[in-house]
Write a protein that binds this ligand. Structure first.
Ligand SMILES: C[S@@+](CC[C@H](N)C(=O)[O-])C[C@H]1O[C@@H](n2cnc3c(N)ncnc32)[C@H](O)[C@@H]1O
Length: 239
């Protein structure tokens, strides 16, 4: 199974299985920080009231939409994910809180039919860890392809902090405590055991950030709360 954890079908099944408890667990696994990080990753960017095109890649249940709306109040928001179960919840959120204005797209980002040179902004929160190096390269070139020249982006992922004590604590919490909470919420801890396995391999966003730079995107590495989350922001150059 170890080699298959990056297989898109495996990842899809994992998220389909976690969809009923994902939002609560996401909050618990990050001690509530995930909400803050989704806002923080947009802080370096100017508020923009124009009708710009924004896409939330790996949208899950639309957890970043409030932050997007706050920063880009008049944006056309598109949101892509390949998990039908996560998207069912996103659909509900779209109906209840976003007047069905978010354009939901069920596709695999690694073979998407998204238009080229179309988006002013690409955002992606907590979706990097389930990609291997080759898939990150594809994600980077897709991000470059779909962004307009000068378009900007921000990615973030839960990471292993550099501080040894914090890292030890975080590892214990994610690898031992979270599966127990997962069993209580889900009756099955397997899905939540995977969380640490992905983060353990991912470590932090340094490699992904390098990969985005290598495809020709201006990229700046970022660390949040002592490295408990890391990511990168950047821009597609004019040429
Ligand atoms: C950890 S969730 C993140 C959800 C949300 N962005 C958040 O901030 O909580 C990762 C999401 O990425 C989706 N995903 C993973 N690989 C994908 C792929 N290749 N194409 C489309 N969606 C993918 C999963 O279905 C899942 O909903």
């Amino acid at each position: 199974m170890t080699d298959n954890i990056y297989n898109p079908e495996y990842v899809k099944r994992l998220f389909n299985g976690m969809s009923s408890s994902y939002e609560r667990m996401n909050y618990i696994t990050s001690f509530g920080f995930s909400i803050r990080w989704r806002t923080e990753i947009l802080k370096p960017f100017q508020k923009d009231n124009h009708k710009i095109e924004v896409i939330d890649l790996l949208t899950g249940m639309g957890e970043t939409w409030n932050s997007i709306k706050y920063k880009f109040p008049n944006a056309n928001i598109s949101a892509l994910d390949f998990s039908s179960e996560m998207l069912k919840n996103a659909e509900r959120k779209n109906e209840d809180h976003f007047k069905n204005e978010v354009n939901l797209i069920q596709q695999d980002i690694l073979q998407s039919k998204l238009p080229s040179n179309h988006f002013d902004f690409v955002i992606c929160s907590f979706g990097l860890k389930t990609f291997n190096t080759e898939q990150l390269e594809k994600l980077a070139s897709e991000t470059k392809r779909i962004l307009k020249a000068d378009g900007q982006f921000s990615f973030v992922e839960v990471s292993k902090p550099e501080n040894t004590i914090l890292k030890g604590f975080y590892q214990f919490y994610l690898s031992q405590v979270i599966p127990i909470i997962g069993r209580l919420l889900l009756g099955n801890p397997t899905e939540y055991k995977m969380l640490w396995r992905y983060i353990d391999k991912f470590e932090n966003a340094k490699l992904a950030s390098e990969i985005f730079r290598n495809v020709g995107l201006k990229t700046e590495y970022r660390s949040y709360f002592y490295g408990c989350a890391t990511g990168f922001i950047g821009q597609k150059p004019e040429k």
